[in-house]
Design a protein around this ligand. Sequence first.
Ligand code: AHR
Length: 345
Amino acid sequence: MPSPTMPFRHPLRLALALVAAALLAACGEGKPSTTPTPNGDGTAGSAAAPTPATKPIRVGFAQIGAESDWRKANTDSIRSEAERRGIDLTFSDAQQKQDNQIKALRNFIAQGVDVIAFSPVVETGWEPVLREIKAAGIPVVLTDRAVEVTDESLFVTFIGADFVEEGRQAAKWLVEATGGKAVVAELQGTPGSAPAIDRKRGFEEVIREHPGISIVKSQSGEFTRAKGREVMETFLKSPEGATITALYAHNDDMAIGAIEAIKAAGRTPGVDIKVVSIDAVKAAFEAMVAGELNCTVECSPLLGPQLFDAVQAVIDGKELPRRIVTPAKVYGQSTAAEDLKSRVY
Ligand code: AHR
């Protein structure tokens, strides 16, 4: 046996050891030997050996874009957490287009990453590419938004908020603040996206019980400030415009854009028109301190730590719950100045 201090005194032993090391390294490069495939029940599977400490985990993440403050904070959280953990992250920005996201997912297959994660811009149309990923033996973790698929084994877990509940919370606040009497304009998120569908559903579920509240205008503002302002302008100029007493925006950015439109129309946001939105980004707290926004429902974008905990669990062959829900909290004007001091996004 070679001594620990002088391992290869004989040249033949050194040569044999080098050949063996090269063979081991070559085997380690075959991804299927280190990556578990998801089981039909959504658990991660158990075939995998842990990835060697020297070889970073390779993750492909397909982001939607940079449409809102929420999205930018979400990207920062994912990038910074990957860096902190030494994850080899390939990040792609789809600029709001499903086609771009699908292309990115196919690139990740070609690169042979260990795990693919993405936040789907819309709910439907993912099944074919998810089948390709499954056939390549790469586990998928969904973050932020859900997909509609017939085969639940196409992803391991979905980490994100309960958007229906956020819509309910916004409506409950409105019922309370208006005594159940309001003429509402609604700014929806990206058409076909999970938050736009679910936040609308949750809100309507609650106001259905309150006949004094009606939605007179509802249109997409695409989750952006510019579009939120533009659509609110058209709402206010419409025949129903003068009757509007409340705005429900599916995110803070659209609410902040709409506040500008309300002021430009000579009405007072937060007073003449009550404003409730979702996300709880810093700018919403600033608007609440200014008295222009009344309430925001939190939807945390800080998903990086949970995402990479899930990725690590998949790599380690551990079981994961099918759904990981991030908590929501409702914020109002009375505590906004104090809350603002500790907001991190
Ligand atoms: O999917 C989460 C939503 O997407 C956020 O509420 C919104 O701001 C973002 O663009």
